[in-house]
Design a protein around this ligand. Structure first.
Ligand SMILES: [Zn+2]
Length: 319
């Protein structure tokens, strides 16, 4: 869906963006590939809850079902129907109050952080029952008996494997994220932005930060596949996927696209036409041969294709 046009006239080709790019946007320096590989440990605590959907009155779907299971696990009396109505809003506010959080009834990172328990083999109780129901929602087929035994352990490990996570059998924030969002199946997290929103105008609720750098945003629809791909890449290459253009690497607003158009019209997409404007594309550095080889061999299995001729760094999520 990226359309590139060459524009004649004196403003043409101000920046050769195909090379390592160093752009200055509003005082923010966007580093090129050489500086684009942060360590995975730097922001683990803060980033571990990125990628969770923001839920509020009117939300519906499997993520709401998971939320309701967790609320019940924490003691709420609530119908589990996948629909975020007044009773769910009240249960959320009550839970937030009990945790010393602002009782706004909106489930964002802080509330998710308080909701998702770290459980392990031998754990018992309502939160284990919630976990078991949620595993079943994602296809496990185990007894929801509140006892974390071998069947639950196996189901957790399977969910972790599907999401590209370490199979330690201990569901923590990453595993819960996969369970909340539907793992790596793609499309489990809201509707496809390419058919839902105007280009470059996604609402904040449809955008999810990349786990190791939350300022890089992708459509929540796309993020699970990206995180699964990153986990597999990290296992193979010992680092996170390196990106190219700082905050402009992934989602681009209309203004972001205009900036690029004004500065590299021979290469950048005409504003409003880039799939970066839907949060379904990310530019990944392919300057290191082994990184490039891994991506060429594996990206497609996570739904990412290189579909712009002459831009081997451009990966578009197409499922
Ligand atoms: Zn791109």
């Amino acid at each position: 869906m990226t359309i590139r046009s060459t524009r004649p006239g004196p403003r043409r080709v101000l920046v050769p963006i195909a090379s390592s790019v160093l752009l200055l946007v509003g005082g923010l320096v966007l580093a090129g590939p050489a500086a684009a590989a942060p360590t995975p440990t730097a922001t683990v605590a803060a980033a571990s809850l990125s990628g969770y959907p923001t839920l509020q009155s009117g939300s519906s779907g499997d993520a709401v079902t998971v939320l309701q299971r967790l609320l019940v696990g924490h003691g709420a009396s609530l119908d589990v129907d996948g629909s975020f109505g007044p009773a769910t809003a009240q249960a959320v506010s009550t839970f937030q109050g009990s945790q010393g959080l602002g009782a706004d009834g909106i489930v964002g990172p802080a509330t998710w952080g308080a909701l998702v328990p770290t459980l392990r083999s031998g754990s018992t109780g309502g939160l284990v029952t919630a976990l078991q129901h949620v595993l079943n929602l994602r296809g496990a087929g185990i007894a929801a008996d509140g006892s974390f035994g071998p069947a639950t352990l196996a189901a957790v490990e399977q969910a972790q494997a599907r999401a590209g996570l370490t199979q330690d059998g201990v569901p923590g924030p990453d595993t819960w994220r996969a369970l909340v969002t539907g793992g790596s199946g793609g499309g489990g997290n809201g509707s496809n932005p390419e058919t839902t929103y105007p280009n470059g105008q996604l609402p904040a609720s449809a955008l999810c930060g990349v786990s190791y750098a939350s300022s890089w945003r992708l459509a929540c629809y796309t993020i699970d596949d990206y995180e699964a791909m990153n986990s597999a890449f990290r296992a193979a290459r010992g680092k996170n996927l390196p990106i190219t253009h700082g905050t402009l690497t992934a989602y681009r607003t209309v203004a972001d696209q205009q900036y690029l158009w004004d500065n590299c019209p021979s290469r950048c997409a005409r504003p409003g036409t880039s799939n970066h404007g839907f949060g379904t594309a990310i530019d990944i550095s392919v300057t290191i041969a082994a990184d490039r080889s891994w991506l060429e061999a594996n990206a497609r299995s996570y739904g990412f294709v290189q579909d712009v001729s002459g831009e081997p760094w451009h990966f578009h999520h197409v499922r």
